[in-house]
Design a protein around this ligand. Structure first.
Ligand code: MN
Length: 257
């Protein structure tokens, strides 16, 4: 087994270190991770600047790019063979509900899925990051990795795993929940009397919906959500067909003279 690990908290993050220790029981672990914190960069890919990969330790590479860059570089450049599994995490903080679209952690698993490599993201849904919490999360990741190896993932599917605070009481299969973004932007005044704004500094709520990632984690369970990359809303497609949307006759344009 060849397992590629990455994250968005940077190569020095304890979550990545603990994950690597635990997962190395499954096979050879190669880490390709951002050289600094890159949280909330989403699925950003570096197209207009060179990327450098520095040897950080044996089988550990630090890249001056995004989590997506790391997976791409790992699969296509640094590893000599395609890995059997990509794991992104353990993220410092939850990645649930609408937040997934911002997450660099989740995007790294997305990138692996695009490359046809089985993947999952794992996040510690806490604000307190002691070693024990990461150890529990790493054990969860180990179980998930073993299960993926046993059953193999459905096509174009990856898993988003969130681990609750404390020892988890079980695993729940969930759907993506819904955030309440009220209070997402905090306005303050700087020492010179000018206003400034801070995004994501407040504690945000979520809708209490059955079967969601938020509810599973709140009840002390590990949340496992299967995700896919096809963003098409198929139910809406049927409704839109009834709109009879077409271009109609175009009027004369400037170039027509
Ligand atoms: Mn992060």
């Amino acid at each position: 087994m060849l397992i590629l690990l990455t994250n968005d908290d940077g190569i020095q993050s304890p979550g990545l270190q603990v994950l690597a220790e635990q997962i190395s029981r499954l096979g050879r672990v190669v880490v390709v991770a951002p050289d600094r914190e890159r949280s909330a960069v989403g699925h950003a890919l570096t197209l207009h600047a060179p990327l450098r990969a520095q040897v950080y330790a044996d089988d550990w590479w630090a890249v001056d790019g995004t989590p997506t860059d790391c997976v791409s570089l790992g699969i296509h450049g640094l590893l000599k063979t395609v890995p059997d599994l990509v794991i992104s995490g353990i993220n410092k903080g939850a990645n649930m509900g609408d937040d997934l679209t911002y997450s660099g952690t989740v995007a790294a698993a997305m990138e692996a899925t695009l490359m046809g490599v089985p993947a999952f993201a794992v996040s510690l849904a806490s604000t307190d990051f002691d070693r024990q919490a990461f150890v529990w999360s790493a054990r969860v990741a180990m179980r998930v990795a073993e299960t993926i190896c046993e059953h193999s993932l459905p096509a174009d599917t990856f898993l988003n795993v969130n681990v609750p605070v404390g020892e988890p009481s079980g695993i729940q299969l969930t759907r993506q929940g819904k955030r309440i973004y009220e209070g997402a932007v905090i306005q303050k005044r700087d020492p010179r009397g000018n206003d400034y704004y801070w995004i994501g500094a407040g504690e945000l709520g979520f809708h209490d919906l059955d079967g969601t990632d938020f509810n599973a984690v709140q009840s002390g369970h590990v949340s496992v959500t299967p995700l896919h990359l096809d963003l098409t809303n198929y139910a809406a497609l049927d409704r839109l067909r009834q709109w009879d949307m077409d271009l109609g006759p175009f009027g004369p344009t400037e170039s027509d003279g």
